[in-house]
Design a protein around this ligand. Sequence first.
Ligand code: ASP
Length: 350
Amino acid sequence: MKRRDFIKAGAAAGAASLISQSASATKLINIFPDDKISPVVIASANGIEAVKKAYEIIATGNDALDGVIAGVNLVEDDPNDHSVGLGGLPNEDGVVELDSCCMHGPTHNAGAVAAIRNIRNPSKVARLVMERTDHVLIVGKGALRFARRHGFEEENLLTDETRKIWLHWKENISDKDDWFPPEEKEHNHSVLMNERLTGTINCNALDLKGNLSGVTTTSGLSYKIPGRVGDSPIIGAGLYVDNEIGACGSTGRGEENLKNLSSFMVVEFMRMGQSPEEACLSMCKRIVEHARARFLKDKNGNPNFNVKFYAINKMGEFGSAAIKGPFKYSVCDLEGARHKEGAFLMKNES
Ligand code: ASP
């Protein structure tokens, strides 16, 4: 029997009881005692350095959570990634507001911060919420105060480049307000300037002990209404980990993940016996079925947004899928860090 078949059998035998399904999945680890667990780390495409870093940490025996947080910290610290941490694109007022959460498989504990300003590593603060409070989610000024009490330094996360990109957006959204764009093109950020950029890093890993953890961190939707919170800090939406089954996180239009509790559902699809890639694709289909509102459709009736998932299961199988592709994701295992093509439902027309 293949390992995945065993999960399927276990899930069927467990009927409606999640507890007995989990018990079957737990046994699965024990019936292959000779199998060595080899660590695996998966992340969004912008996480190639993150998966490398996380893998180094995990391969020397550390907890998956230590690895994934250190991995995404590299991206949070990178001013050239405009979707995360320092240099993330700001809200409509030109202020960077960050969302992040983490989830630790072995303890099934989680922590998150939302709409936090001036702190470049919200993933570290999310971890402290998990480990040093009795709460799961702290937002806004409360999150900043909490971070400061733990010794985090405040800094302006808007770089000169992102300030110019924001200013370009501000000056070009309407010709009925008082903001004028310069007559001469001062700089060229065409891709960033013509779109409402989204972006995030999600990173999930399986460690040498067979434990799973994950983290998601983002500056969220660019030019959002101040205080808007996306899926990234919401457990079950932008990230979910069940140590007996798998882990999944997401990037893309957060609102649809909030309405569908997507990352939780991907893990549930894996519990039902689907491979990580199948589970991610099932979730993409579910979101498309639910995206009935006219403002979510393009002229052909297809979704006018994208959502991507990154999943890994208890056996170290991994996969990724998006509503629209082609696209790449990052992975690191015994074969090293690399980009791989994800599965997708439809071709991106742009
Ligand atoms: N999911 C993020 C949010 O909605 C953005 C993204 O991943 O592109 O805030």
